[in-house]
Design a protein. Sequence first.
Length: 223
Amino acid sequence: MKLLLTEDEPDLSRALVAVLSHAGYEIDAVYDGEAAVQKAAAAPYDCMIFDIMMPKMDGIEALRVLRSRGNVTPVIMLTAKAEIDDRITGLDAGADDYLTKPFAMGELLARIRSLTRRSESYTPKQLRLGDVTLNTDEQELSSHNSIRLAGKETKMMEFFMLNAGKELTTQELLDHIWSDNTDKDPEIVWVYVCYLRNKLQAIRADIEIAGEHGGTYVLRQFR
């Protein structure tokens, strides 16, 4: 799983990166809210950890920007302040959980595990980009007409639509779609990209999956 950590205290950031990496997470660490917004707009994450007090743009404002753009990634807010108003402000901005410094590393890990387990329950069941709608419950992709998807096709299309405009690597797609398979062949990603391309053409969609075999892919509008 991939996490975005935004913490402006260098010592704490290094400690968090060490603990989270040891726990098996892939970490991107940045040090201000503007950088967090840029990273979250460019890459997919399973969970994000934002300090509230940061330079350039604080964590709450960065979160508001991301939520206004449709980013639904779970977010844990960190702060040195214990006042209840700060918790309310962060939660109202779209935070999913809250930790007050100092905190135990074990508690942070437990909260990350809890949020990533629950995240699928909070993902919208109907996603839309351009003139295309994906109904994940019905496994149906619709535009000028409709077509049914297989289970892995639905999961891949959902991941693309939740991360529209972002470059997704073959490995990221493999890890996300086939996370339950220990014997994963990267070639399967290309096979399913081709399946989805054919189905998007069949419904005369105004979106496409751009990219080459074995490389990165991006879902984008073309009309």
